[in-house]
Design a protein around this ligand. Sequence first.
Ligand code: DWN
Length: 402
Amino acid sequence: MNCKITGKLLSPIHSFGKMPMANNFIENEKDFEKEYFFNLEFSFNEEISLFQINEYPDAKNFFNEKYPFFTGLSKYMVNHFEKYYNSLNKKNLFNKNSFVLEIGSNDGSFLKNFQKNNIKCLGVDPSKSASDKAKNVGLQIIDDFFNVQTAKKIFNKFGKVDLIVSANAICHIPDLNDLISAIDIVLSEKGSFVFEENYLLEMIKKTSFDQIYNEHIYIFSLIAIDKVFSLYGFKLYDCEPQSTHGGSMRYYICREGAQKVTNRLKIHMQIEIKNKLDKFETYVKFGNDCEILKSKIYKKLKKIKNDNKRIIGYGATAKSTTILNYCEIDNNIIDFIVDTTPEKHWKFSPGKHIQILPYEFFEKDYPEYAYLFAWNHKDEILIKEKKFTSNGGKFISHIDLK
Ligand code: DWN
């Protein structure tokens, strides 16, 4: 596979084996046979310090009217987006006359904050299942991928935008060259592009290999974002670590010279250098760490089963696809997975075909163990599940086994 930016041939560092598409929950048992698998492996482009997966299915196969992830199901995330809005407001990155664009607006959880404050805004998202929810609350959404073509349409209809925002969407876009060209078309001269994504340093520290799946083409670092955007006349000028999604980073980008680079950015860049995020060897070690953790997870789950205890899965996350398939965990180990998303209920998990049940099945008959696939929402979930834990129930996950 060649890097979409430098054209360099990338050599694989580590493979998680044959992997189905995350979020491709299967409705009918007769469709198990037809399931699509690809080789999930990662590489590291040293020239631009970019961590990426080598093979991935076309996004049209999953970001469509069936996409089953909705941001607004987590109260913490809804709250997080209000804080994100307030922080941009405090930094004067928009004002009451601004026009704001969100890339990957999902169900409108972020844009609702602009709408509430009468700021003109527009969302772009190809997942109609999610964008219909945003439209239902009166938001203006384009059901499409954000690319040069869409950017031209936006520019022709609305002119330039003052602020482009995004959360957990940019790492889903394979062609960063096209993405940045699209940003160049719509962003005003003094405007900022602010986005946040799960953060490479956190993934390396936690060995949270489940952040890697077909939707996440890249796991970004500051060094990578700085190098990539500077190839196109843009500048990374600030950053802000976030606790969401297991540890994220917020990136602030402007046109070269439009903003002053902050000390905070310089400090965090130094931390990345110290942690060797720009070195190939870091990712070879990460691959080895994944293998070690995989065998620890399997042993732990096998021991629980040998002790005749029940394990269910908590949260049919996209991330759980990598855990279940890489670690060879099937329904001999996990009875079923509960989730609060109606669109996932009674379907089967990709690859290992564990059934997804409504949340109530958890409360009805508590198991001894729950594998917390939604470990990134642990704080929110532990508050909700005091009854389970005070009755002796235990949450487990690979994050705690490291
Ligand atoms: O980048 C992405 C992130 C932001 O969202 C996407 N590629 C896809 C998706 O990834 P994920 O599915 O791993 O995200 P979450 O937020 O970890 O998914 C949580 C899942 O757990 C949802 O299906 C909802 C469910 N859930 C639950 O059943 N009870 C969540 C909470 C908080 C709960 O209390």
